[in-house]
Design a binder for this molecule. Structure first.
Ligand code: 5GP
Length: 178
């Protein structure tokens, strides 16, 4: 990728505002649930998870999971492989999967099924962005930051070839830079 900063799609201010709104909603929805476990999907969700979890006003614990998807180029093929499972026992607990981006939906669908096999009390999903037009499978995003078009985005945890994860905003990578 060239050294030019990616064009801003969603600003830092917009992200912070929306994350605070989602945190308020989650705090309300889980106010009576005793065991909320936030499961961050590595690597892309690490900043969203850090900000979101710190804005909650209810008790929560943190777990991480890692997957890789096989596909050509930047589009996932639908074949998702578990690279790292949760370490703690999530049986009987309320699981909230925290994902960076939902594109075709294959990854999230796989994760919901996989985590359900641990027999949690419930499984819900939070995603910072979703490419609504790219959906190939039906999957519910219970808490969503933003819907975007079909473009490759970076920043706020998201990368392109491991670059630009720590940008405070979400930017677009031009097709010529991919
Ligand atoms: P899905 O299985 O929904 O097609 O793909 C989800 C995964 O694809 C995300 O967790 C992310 O790793 C990757 N992905 C899809 N679109 C983008 C994008 O625009 N930018 C980045 N950085 N990753 C993406």
């Amino acid at each position: 990728m060239k050294n030019e900063a990616p064009e801003v799609l969603i600003s830092e201010e917009q992200i912070q505002l929306r994350v605070a709104e989602i945190a308020e909603q989650i705090s309300e929805d889980y106010s009576r649930a005793e065991d909320l476990v936030m499961v961050g999907v590595l690597k892309g969700s690490f900043i969203f998870l850090a900000d979101l979890s710190r804005k909650l006003s209810i008790p929560r614990t943190i777990e991480f999971i890692a997957v890789s998807s096989y596909g050509s180029g930047s589009r996932s093929s639908g074949a998702v492989r578990l690279v790292m499972d949760v370490r703690g026992n999530i049986e009987g607990k309320h699981v909230l999967i925290v994902e960076d981006i939902v594109d075709t939906g294959h990854t999230l669908k796989y994760l919901i099924g996989m985590l359900k096999s641990h027999r949690p009390a419930s499984v819900k999903t939070a995603a910072l962005v979703r490419k609504a037009e790219s959906a190939e499978v039906e999957v519910t995003t219970d808490y969503l930051g933003f819907d975007i078009g079909d473009e490759w985005v970076v920043g706020y945890g998201l990368d392109f070839a491991e670059q630009n994860r720590t940008l405070p905003y979400i930017g677009i990578v031009k097709p010529t830079d991919r």
